[in-house]
Design a protein around this ligand. Structure first.
Ligand SMILES: C[S@@+](CC[C@H](N)C(=O)[O-])C[C@H]1O[C@@H](n2cnc3c(N)ncnc32)[C@H](O)[C@@H]1O
Length: 217
């Protein structure tokens, strides 16, 4: 409680070293904890607003299974549960065991009957896992970079196999550094997805939202 009060006057930062993400910074500011890396917000700051915007442009009401690639501190799960009243299943994947511990200890993101947390490379996960999902949120960064392999056809081929009919994919990227998502958008259109790219969300992010709808179903 004392820490929370002090944080209204002086932000308090704790640094945690991670092999995958470099130095993670947990900062208590105005009574709230945010998770940052050296160059960007990872969770509970502007990123949470970007993902909330994305969910507002998605029909979450029929979703029963959500796949989150990139758990971070899990702020989008809090948004889904608290602001969209989401009650379905969640599978959250992250490569970094340090991040998974931070999500658990600092933000209370714990596995339970409806929430599965997997420590794995997202690329391996989408290749090996056989489940399908109504909503797939792809939020994969190392600091402020989306790793190149998540822009490649191989990864997207596996992702597309995991979307249910009437399902949605949200792909979060940054405007700077520039991430070329045009080939992904073109592939999605060829595969019958309706997609839209929202630019400068929170002035920094570029979000692709794609819906899959099979004719006649
Ligand atoms: C911006 S954070 C995700 C924030 C999160 N979606 C939230 O709601 O708080 C990006 C995450 O991507 C993870 N990541 C990066 N490369 C990955 C990979 N190859 N496989 C799985 N996770 C990865 C990082 O460890 C980091 O936790």
């Amino acid at each position: 409680m004392f820490k929370k009060i002090i944080s209204y006057f002086f932000p308090i930062t704790k640094k945690i070293k991670s092999v995958h993400n470099g130095y993670l910074e947990l900062t208590v500011v105005n009574g709230r904890t945010v998770l940052d890396t050296s160059n960007t917000n990872y969770s509970y700051g502007s990123l949470q607003r970007v993902l909330k915007f994305s969910l507002e442009h998605t029909d979450v009401s029929h979703a029963e299974n959500v796949l989150l690639l990139g758990l971070g501190g899990g702020c989008v799960l809090k948004t889904l549960w608290n602001e969209f009243n989401y009650k379905g299943n969640v599978t959250a994947v992250d490569i970094d065991p340090v991040i998974i511990t931070v999500a658990e200890k600092e933000f209370g993101i714990l596995p339970d009957g409806k929430t599965r947390i997997v420590c794995a490379d997202a690329q391996d996960f989408v290749k090996d896992d056989i489940d399908k999902f109504d909503l797939i949120i792809i939020d994969l960064f190392i600091d402020n970079i989306v790793p190149e392999k998540f822009l490649q056809q191989e990864f997207w081929k596996d992702v597309l196999k995991k979307v249910n009919n009437n399902g949605t994919i949200i792909f979060n990227t940054l405007c700077t550094p520039f991430t070329d998502i045009q080939p992904i958008e073109a592939k999605l259109k060829r595969r019958g997805f309706q997609s839209h790219v929202y630019r400068y969300v929170e002035r920094t992010n570029k979000v692709l939202i794609a819906n899959y709808h099979l004719e006649g179903c």
